[in-house]
Write a protein that binds this ligand. Structure first.
Ligand code: ATP
Length: 322
């Protein structure tokens, strides 16, 4: 049964100069869930996330619906944690003032109250001596503290949805886990859903409730993270997972997806993943699969029943014979 939906995306299409890069994507964001959007570079993850915020590049043409449209309430009902924390903060204003301004842009509160909320928000994300730190400028913060401040900014108005666009790309494993934990905590504290864009499948394990796997601008697989990660049904998802270091047997070569995704505008006929798929046959080369319900998830694959479990060896053999 479908759970209640906070936001529905239907048939979202995004194109540049007539070339479609997001190609008819439909999914829901549910209240308080962590929905990870994963896929290789160029899959359309960032554009999809930015569409939720109404932050697409000017040159983008779109169709489809996102309802409700929260873009006019950015910073209030929907907010962004960008990849680069530094770019999210103004260098010329004190951190506390920036947070207070965010509060005042939404709520009719006094300067004093906004300031108190700013300090409380910094304290909540673990900035030591928050009252003093609120008076500092971003360049006086360490990288980790800036990241915390950006998360405080994204959650200070208790949004319905926080969109985090590759928030951990530049971080080592320890920092990545700290940031993901903090995001999860703050999301929980304000009761928001989190849409987490990442190309790092490791970041999804243990942090996401559901996962949406994108390939060449289309849905490949969407389902509960625990199920998709332990028993993928789409060969593409299996290939992404197989290339994670801890999925390799000790002493064996790491399986990998070979090749690269097709360039937008130069898609093969049929399934966009077929040229890289060890299972591709028949209809895979002639018809693009539509998402359908399979094994409790949405799946766009013509031949999911052919996928062995575990699928790791499939990609190892494929690579060796390639
Ligand atoms: N402003 C733009 N003009 C033209 N093409 C664009 C623009 N922004 C994105 N694209 C193209 O749209 C496709 C999807 O981009 P998007 O940034 O959403 O991918 P992504 O999955 O987030 O990848 P990455 O992990 O590299 O950020 C890519 O092929 C990209 O080159």
């Amino acid at each position: 049964m479908e759970s209640e939906s906070l936001l529905s995306v239907r048939e979202l299409r995004i194109s540049f100069d007539g070339v479609e890069v997001v190609r008819g994507l439909s999914f829901d964001v549910r209240p308080r869930e962590v929905l990870a959007i994963v896929g290789e570079s160029g899959a359309g993850k960032s554009l999809t996330a930015r569409a939720l915020l109404g932050m697409l590049p000017r040159a983008a043409a779109t169709s489809g619906t996102i309802s409700p449209d929260l873009s006019a309430q950015r910073g209030h009902r929907v907010s962004l944690v960008p990849q680069d924390a530094l770019s999210a903060l103004s260098p010329v204003h004190r951190v506390g003032d920036q947070l207070a301004a965010a509060v005042r842009s939404v709520a009719g509160v006094s300067r004093k109250e906004a300031r108190a909320r700013a300090v409380a928000a910094l304290d909540r994300v673990g900035i030591p001596d928050a009252a003093r730190r609120a008076r500092a400028y971003p360049h006086e913060y360490s990288g980790g503290m800036r990241q915390r401040a950006v998360i405080a900014m994204a959650t200070i108005n208790e949004p319905d949805i926080v969109v985090a666009d590759e928030p951990t790309t530049a971080l080592d494993e320890e920092r990545r886990d700290q940031v993901l934990r903090l995001l999860a905590e703050q999301r929980e504290a304000v009761g928001a859903a989190l849409v987490l864009v990442t190309h790092d499948m490791d970041a999804v394990e243990g942090h996401a409730d559901r996962v949406l796997v994108l390939y060449a601008g289309r849905l490949t697989e969407l389902g509960a993270a625990g199920e998709v990660l332990t028993r993928p049904r789409a060969p593409y998802t299996a290939g992404l997972l197989a290339s994670l270091p801890h999925h390799a047997a000790p002493g064996r070569r790491l399986p990998a997806l070979h090749g690269t995704p097709p360039a937008p505008g130069a898609l093969p006929p049929g399934c966009a993943f077929a040229p890289r798929c060890p299972l591709a046959a028949g209809p895979c080369h002639t018809a693009e699969p539509e998402p359908r319900q399979v094994a409790g998830r949405l799946l766009a694959c013509h031949r999911p029943e052919e996928l062995p479990h575990p699928a790791t060896d499939l990609f190892l053999e494929e690579r060796q014979s390639a």
